[in-house]
Design a protein around this ligand. Structure first.
Ligand code: SF4
Length: 352
């Protein structure tokens, strides 16, 4: 693929291409402060879908629209939807009986679905289809009599939801060190699944430990770590070794954003997670920092990235290059409740 920038052309031929594959340059790299904008970055298909669902529900049905948990893990997105009339709650028990509730992109356990039913809530499910895939796998393995090892972060909304599909046979592990202590009724009937937003490298280490402990362990047919998580990590790896600093736009409760910071640091490159340009500390740009790579987690909107670009440009990083590591064209369809609403209901003017 070829990428044209103001100053030079960068060609990245494949996923193993390096940012050094510069074929036409009229820029003296050592003299100019450079900002490398990584691509793909920011919103994934699951996040676009989840935000669209809330916006369309507000437009078509009008407030109040309740949303269980943060629709996606980004402060800016949540506040914007709040201003438009969305009411975020921690539990469906906070939703008045009979009202509309939207489940977040991270998914819910069957228990939550049951509670919603008892309260006669009108549910719209914004669970990302790639999270649903993991739920389906959990149910399948449990039905077949497997003990399940779920690799992930215990307190993350997604893991809580997946765990709820088969709580009696599922154990959560977050590090390779925990693996030797696992105990199951039949070591020959064990399967593993993973959270969708983990570090590829760290997950590999945990899976290797599991294979040593349970040589016959089964895994999902296709990796559970989603395409968006993988692509953003691969993009960071392409440049981390050559950048002086990697900035990641994302909120501190966003798993995939935090993993991008870790990937950079694992390459020995300083990296920080920022909610917006306001979090950038002047000292981060000192000490000979000449090449900054900028990316964004899957729940971070592009407008926040643009603000960071503007800020860094003003700070002297005027040579801005967008580096496309791979194309990303994934889209997910909307749930039936929203498709029907679009087809039938007249729009109600949105607030805010
Ligand atoms: S990060 Fe992956 S799993 Fe999560 S919402 Fe986006 S596409 Fe879906």
């Amino acid at each position: 693929m070829t990428l044209l920038t103001d100053n030079r052309t960068i060609v990245l031929k494949s996923s193993d291409a390096k940012a050094t594959d510069v074929v036409d340059s009229n820029v003296n790299q050592t003299d100019q402060k450079t900002l490398l904008l990584l691509k793909p970055r920011g919103f994934c298909a699951g996040v676009v879908r989840a935000i669209d669902i809330v916006r369309i529900a507000l437009e078509k049905f009008g407030p109040p629209i309740y949303v269980r948990k943060e629709i996606v893990h980004n402060r800016f997105v949540v506040e914007e939807l709040q201003q438009k009339g969305a009411i975020f709650v921690d539990s469906v028990e906070e939703v008045p009986a009979g009202e509309r509730v939207i489940y977040s992109a991270h998914g819910v356990s069957p228990e939550v679905r049951q509670d919603s039913k008892l309260r006669e809530l009108r549910v719209i499910d914004a669970t990302c289809p790639l999270v649903t895939k993991v739920h389906v796998e959990a149910v399948k393995f449990a039905k077949e009599g497997y003990s399940l090892i779920l690799i992930g972060h215990r307190d993350h909304d997604e893991v809580v939801g997946t765990l709820g599909e088969a709580p009696d046979v599922t154990q959560v592990v977050g590090t390779p060190e925990e693996v030797p202590f696992l105990s199951v009724p039949d070591p020959n009937r064990v399967a593993y699944l993973t959270q969708t937003t983990l570090s590829l490298d760290e997950t590999k280490g945990i899976i290797e430990a599991l294979k040593i402990k349970f040589p016959n362990i089964k895994g999902p047919a296709a990796q559970d770590i989603c395409y968006a998580t993988e692509n953003r990590q691969v993009a960071v790896k392409q440049v981390a070794a050559e950048a002086d600093l990697v900035l990641v736009v994302g909120s501190d409760n966003s798993s995939n954003s935090n993993r991008l910071v870790e990937v950079s640091r694992n390459w020995g490159t300083a990296s920080h997670l920022i909610d917006s340009y306001k979090d950038i500390r002047p000292e981060w740009l000192e000490g000979g920092v000449k090449r900054i790579a900028l990316t964004a987690g899957a729940s971070a909107p592009e407008c926040l990235v643009e603000e960071v670009v503007k800020y860094l440009t003003e700070k002297g990083f005027g040579n801005v290059e967008e580096l496309e590591v791979m194309p990303e064209n994934v889209r997910f369809g909307l749930p039936p409740e929203i498709v029907e609403a679009i087809a039938s209901a007249p729009a109600i003017p949105a607030q805010g």
